[in-house]
Design a protein around this ligand. Structure first.
Ligand code: FAD
Length: 329
């Protein structure tokens, strides 16, 4: 069976049977912060555990395990560049029903009053929402996430972080729907293989929700830190423009932004995409930009920084779908 026929089969089996949404050629640009790129060949927004089971079964029936159907979990699209041709496989996005936060009491011996404060959040919860929820209750540890425009699911996959902190430090465990095994699996923090902006979660691991361990603190002090982070961002990053945050990971002991600036690339343009004049590791898309312009700019900057400093920068943003490789000059 070819991919198109397989996707038709999945779409047919889910239409009318899941409570969530399903559609062919679903526009993805509005679901990403770059607001670029083509549609998903098949888009599924499961509304709960039963929908996930139906989706997993439909995908397995058309050969997911054999690699016949590419799958992409999508959060708030703040770390992705979707190809102008779109995504040839299935894009799965947990919708508003997966955006929730509840107090969580870690199990353990002793007085529950003494238990450290915990929070459980659905995968679609926005990270700033989680940081604000915690601050209102005098819980610290998530302040760093107040201006990261991602979701809990995407944040865990990317091990999002800022200001010397990262999500790996406050997560206790996650529940993942495995598209291969069709069950929800519990994974503890130590099983998630966290490293700098990385985890071992795969495309077939759909984060459903996660438990976080926070620290009791003073609401005013927590809020003060969050306000400082917000102010710092507003003055140093082009937050409102179309972008996906830091383009390259910082190499050990240096900063990608410094290297790009030192190579004279601040403001450099490629089609409708440009290196931000505010922060050289942010590449912004302007009117008429294509996803391919962002890709070309990333390749150009990578090569120019390598030529200028010998450093081989590694992208942090993810390109998904097909892109053309630039000819080496
Ligand atoms: C203005 C701006 C500032 C930013 N600042 C920071 C920063 O300070 N620090 C930082 O680390 N990042 C930053 N980012 C990047 C981005 O916000 C983070 O990487 C964020 O964690 C991505 O979350 P998302 O929900 O948008 O994921 P997406 O971009 O949708 O996806 C990212 C990855 O996560 C996977 N994924 C998404 N949801 C799930 C799920 N439920 N289960 C399994 N996998 C999933 C996707 O398949 C993909 O591989 C910034 C981005 C912008 C636009």
């Amino acid at each position: 069976m070819n991919l198109d026929a397989a996707l038709d089969r999945v779409a047919e089996s889910l239409s009318g049977s899941i409570a969530g949404r399903v559609g062919r050629r679903w526009p993805l640009a509005p679901l990403t912060t770059y607001r670029l790129g083509g549609p998903a060949a098949l888009y599924v927004e499961p509304a709960g555990a039963h929908d996930l089971e139906l989706l997993g079964a439909a995908l397995c029936a058309v050969g997911l395990e054999a690699g016949a159907v590419p799958v992409l979990p999508l959060g708030r699209g703040s770390n992705l560049v979707v190809s102008d041709d779109g995504i040839p496989g299935v894009v799965i996005r947990l919708g508003a029903r997966a955006a929730w936060i509840e107090p969580w009491a870690p199990r353990g011996p002793g007085d529950p009053e003494e238990a450290p404060p915990g929070v459980t959040a659905g995968a679609a919860t926005a990270l700033p929402q989680l940081a604000n929820w915690a601050a209102r209750r005098g819980l610290g540890g998530m302040e760093f996430a107040v201006a990261i425009p991602g979701s809990v699911g995407g944040g865990l996959r990317m091990n999002a972080g800022a200001y010397g902190r990262e999500i790996a430090e406050c997560v206790a465990g996650v529940r993942v729907f495995s598209l291969d095994r069709l069950v929800v699996e519990e994974r503890s923090r130590t099983e998630l293989g966290f490293a700098y902006r990385k985890s071992n979660l795969s495309e077939h691991d759909l984060v459903v929700d996660a438990d976080f361990l926070l620290a009791r603190g003073d609401t005013a002090a927590i809020r003060k830190r969050m306000n400082e982070y917000r102010r710092h961002r507003a003055s140093t990053q082009p937050g409102a423009a179309q972008n996906a945050g830091s383009v390259f990971r910082n190499p050990s002991g240096d900063s990608a932004g410094r290297l790009i600036e030192a190579a004279g690339l601040k403001g450099h343009r490629q089609g409708g995409a440009a290196v931000s004049s505010l922060h050289a590791n942010f590449f912004v898309a302007g009117p008429g930009a294509r996803a391919q312009d962002v890709r070309d700019l990333v390749e150009h900057v990578h090569a120019a920084v390598h030529a200028a400093s010998g450093v081989d920068l590694e992208p942090e943003i993810r390109f998904v779908g097909a892109f053309k490789q630039q000819d080496p000059a």
